[in-house]
Design a protein around this ligand. Structure first.
Ligand code: NAP
Length: 372
């Protein structure tokens, strides 16, 4: 059996990865080794009826013994360890959730339902670094990849509604604390007829602006508000998250000479783990909406069409409906008033599954098949 080193397995992405690997019985195919940056020598949780002694994630000797390393530890770890391993002569496969290596020439961004042939060609040419994509980009391509693959997209904008989980577990917990603080601030006012809605609204606004409101992780109120900036600032005025859309989409699709133009605004909202996005797409040609829906529906086993009807949309095209599922619904597909080649679409997807862990565990399977 191949030796597989797991780093970052107890973080948020790593926990979802382990859960999915157990569900899909991946552990039966590998000899796993659990590494940690902080708990070497301690024991792992029970994984497939076994408990493992945790190894030091900075021990290059132990790491170079692995055929494959999957890391969900973060870019700081990748930047520290990856080049040391390669300089050490390690020829194993590096599968990574962090963004650090995504745009390297010697890396492929993995999303196999969309770019399996690129992944396979890269393996055959000796590429050994396979990196999970940005969650919003991966979810857009899982939903609308059929249109990109058919070369129908001239340009698109993605206006995002991104969940708290993208910022990590601490931030998810703080969002819930913020919700609780708002609810507590109005307390009995909610059910007392003497308090009108304007009184209650004023209490909530004061609560959001008070010095006691819990904002250690977010910096600002997210519950009862939104945060229209995600990531660092680029010189052209984009946020880092917005920059990734065009760059990573074209890299995933292997569009070396014919990049599709993409842009948009990325906004954090108070959803827990599902990112949503509203797209405006300019098509290269005028085609029927039913043809568009068929291309989307048939492009992979997880994209589904939600009819552009109120009940179906509110039932099936929301973070509340989609959380915990691998399905990526796409709806609100209609021709826009601004011209026949302009269509709208809305998609929602679990950002911890297709947006983070799932492409990594599937890449492990692809590498295992390749090595056999
Ligand atoms: P995370 O939850 O902060 O976990 C990272 C590491 O923190 C863990 O592996 C663990 O390392 C350490 N840690 C310290 N205290 C912990 C505690 N109480 N519980 C669990 N872990 C603890 O990070 P993440 O959100 O999973 O993200 C990991 C990487 O994936 C990042 O590069 C991120 O950018 C990328 N990514 C994240 C998402 C997302 O949605 N969050 C999506 C795509 C990509 P030790 O065991 O070594 O101490």
């Amino acid at each position: 059996m191949r030796k597989i080193g797991l780093v970052g397995w107890r973080g948020m992405v790593g926990s979802v990865l382990r859960k999915r690997m157990l569900e899909e019985k991946d552990f039966e195919l590998i000899e796993p080794f659990f590494f940690t940056t902080s708990q070497a020598g301690q024991t792992s949780p029970v994984v497939a009826d076994e408990v493992y002694t945790l190894l030091d994630a900075y021990d290059l000797k132990a790491l170079t013994d692995m055929d494959v390393i999957i890391t969900c530890q973060g870019s700081e770890y990748t930047n520290d360890i990856h080049s040391k391993l390669r300089n050490f002569g390690w020829k194993g496969y590096w599968i990574d959730a962090a963004s650090a290596l995504r745009m390297n020439d010697q890396s492929v961004i993995v999303l196999d339902p969309v770019n399996l042939s690129l992944i396979q060609e890269s393996l055959a040419t000796g590429i050994r670094d396979f990196i999970g994509g940005n969650c919003t980009v991966s979810l857009m391509l899982m939903g609308l990849g059929g249109l990109f693959k058919a070369n129908l997209v001239e340009w698109a904008t993605a206006m995002t509604y991104q969940a708290a989980s993208g910022a990590g577990a601490k931030n998810m917990l703080e969002l819930i604390h913020q919700m609780g603080a708002i609810s507590s601030s109005v307390g009995t006012q909610l059910d007392s007829p003497e308090f009108g809605i304007l009184d209650i609204d004023e209490t909530v606004t004061q609560c959001l602006r008070s010095a006691e409101f819990p904002v250690d992780s977010w910096g600002f109120p997210l519950a009862g508000s939104i945060l229209p900036w995600i990531g660092d600032a680029k010189e052209n005025g984009q946020s880092g998250e917005e920059w990734k859309n065009e760059a990573e989409t074209n890299k995933i699709l292997g569009n070396i000479e014919s990049a599709v133009s993409l842009d948009g605004l990325c906004v954090r909202i108070g959803a827990m783990r599902c990112h949503s996005q509203a797209l405006t797409i300019k098509l290269r040609k005028d085609i029927a909406i039913t043809d568009i829906e068929n291309l989307i529906d048939e492009s992979n086993s997880w994209s589904t069409i939600v009819p552009n009807e109120k009940d179906a949309t509110l039932e099936g095209l929301t973070p509340a409906a989609v959380a915990g599922s691998l399905t990526v619904p796409v709806g609100r597909i209609r021709r826009m008033n601004i011209g026949r080649r302009y269509i709208s679409a809305f998609t929602a997807g679990d950002q911890l599954l297709w947006g983070a862990a799932e492409p990594l565990r599937r890449m492990l399977r692809i590498v295992l098949d390749y090595l056999d």
